[in-house]
Ligand binder design. Structure first.
Ligand code: KG4
Ligand code: ZN
Length: 343
């Protein structure tokens, strides 16, 4: 079965054709990050306006790898959560296609769909129960997966998401947008073998039993540190490098600690990670080291499948086949991720 999937929930405009939920036939992504780099963040109206110009060429590019729409069984589209203007670009385009092509549409929850990037790797054999960690610009959520279809939300962030913590602290340090890759490349300039950072940042909630995350305290701590250094005229390139290193250490320490705590509690056989922050190499390194002697297996998609794209939207749609008439498809900016009951 082939699904043409479309994703426009944030600043990417993406379309993909996915076969049987596991095979990528095509995966086209247009990003407006160059525009947001200039403004230091996403301006929703500008993102949506750019997406209007990208959407048709991106769908055409995805469709260029198949012979025509007759090959497509279903359409799929992200209906939420996300920015309303951005979501509407994808949703209205796909609804029109549903009407014109007389095809059913599968609505997709963008956040949960991130986990499905792990189904797109040929040799991944995932045993259940599995734990899912979604870490993106707006979300840090843990899920328990009984199988490919049955998923329960476990916990989330009490304030900022992990990607947001990277983005906001990068902004405080005067680094670019998106903040994750900017912090990661600055942190790489710090050699931890010969140096220990003199600045120590908090690891919020790390010692507590709760599986919730909290990252806003980290942002405040960075702001305070920068202000203090500036006051005594000691804020330099060296302090930016050291702070970037310590920010990355603090965020990844918390993510690894909480995830492994949940994995132990629910005795899972696999851990699946998804979302833009999963592209962080230091995070992968820490997970691998900590899980060396554990029986559970770790799955992290390659970086290009971690950040927003439509391939995992197509995979999710295959495993959650509730096709709808175009009239029943709507954008839900606040679409709930807390599916099932928290355990
Ligand atoms: O999943 P995603 O592409 O979009 C959302 O659904 O939000 O995630 C974007 C987030 C941004 O906060 C960005 O800073 C972060 O992912 N990110 C990273 C890296 N690449 C992207 N964070 C840490 N390290 C990276 N290499
Ligand atoms: Zn995303």
């Amino acid at each position: 079965m082939k699904i043409l999937a479309v994703e426009t929930s944030c600043d990417e405009t993406a379309a993909a054709v996915v076969e049987d939920g596991r095979k990528i036939i095509s995966n086209a992504v247009a990003s407006s990050s160059a525009l947001h780099e200039k403004t230091g963040g996403i301006i929703p109206e500008r993102a949506a306006r750019e997406q209007v110009s990208f959407i048709i060429p991106v769908i055409e590019e995805a469709m260029s790898q198949v012979s025509g729409f007759f090959e497509i069984d279903y359409l799929a589209v992200t209906t939420g959560p996300g920015l309303i203007g951005s979501l509407l670009v994808g949703v209205e385009t796909v609804k029109t296609m549903g009407l014109v092509l007389n095809k059913k549409i599968i609505p997709v929850n963008h956040v949960i769909a991130h986990l499905y990037a792990n189904f797109l790797e040929k040799n991944n054999k995932i045993d259940y129960p599995a734990l899912g960690l979604v870490i993106s610009g707006g979300h840090s959520e843990l899920f328990l997966m009984k199988n490919e279809r049955e998923i329960k939300w476990l916990s989330g962030t009490l304030d900022d998401a992990s990607g947001e913590a990277f983005d906001k602290t990068a902004r405080i340090l005067g680094l670019g947008f998106p903040g994750g890759p900017a912090i990661a490349s600055k942190a790489a300039e710090f050699s931890s073998a010969s140096n220990r950072p003199t600045i120590r940042l908090p690891r919020p909630l790390i010692g507590e039993d709760s599986l919730n995350f909290s990252f806003s305290g980290l942002k405040t701590a960075v702001l305070r540190e920068v202000e203090n250094l500036k006051k005594i005229n000691k804020f330099s390139e060296k302090s930016v490098i050291e702070l970037a290193f310590e920010i990355q250490e603090a965020i990844t320490d918390v993510l690894v600690n909480k995830t492994l705590k949940a994995a132990k509690k629910f005795e899972v056989k696999s851990i699946l990670i998804g979302g833009g922050v999963a592209a962080n190499q230091r995070l992968t390194e820490k997970f691998r080291t900590k899980m060396e002697n554990s029986p559970g297996r770790l799955f992290i998609p390659p970086p290009l499948l971690c950040t927003d794209n439509a391939a995992y939207i197509g995979s999710y749609a295959y495993f959650h086949q509730h096709p709808q008439d175009w009239r029943n498809i709507e954008a839900y900016p606040d679409l709930d991720v807390e599916i099932g009951s928290a355990i």
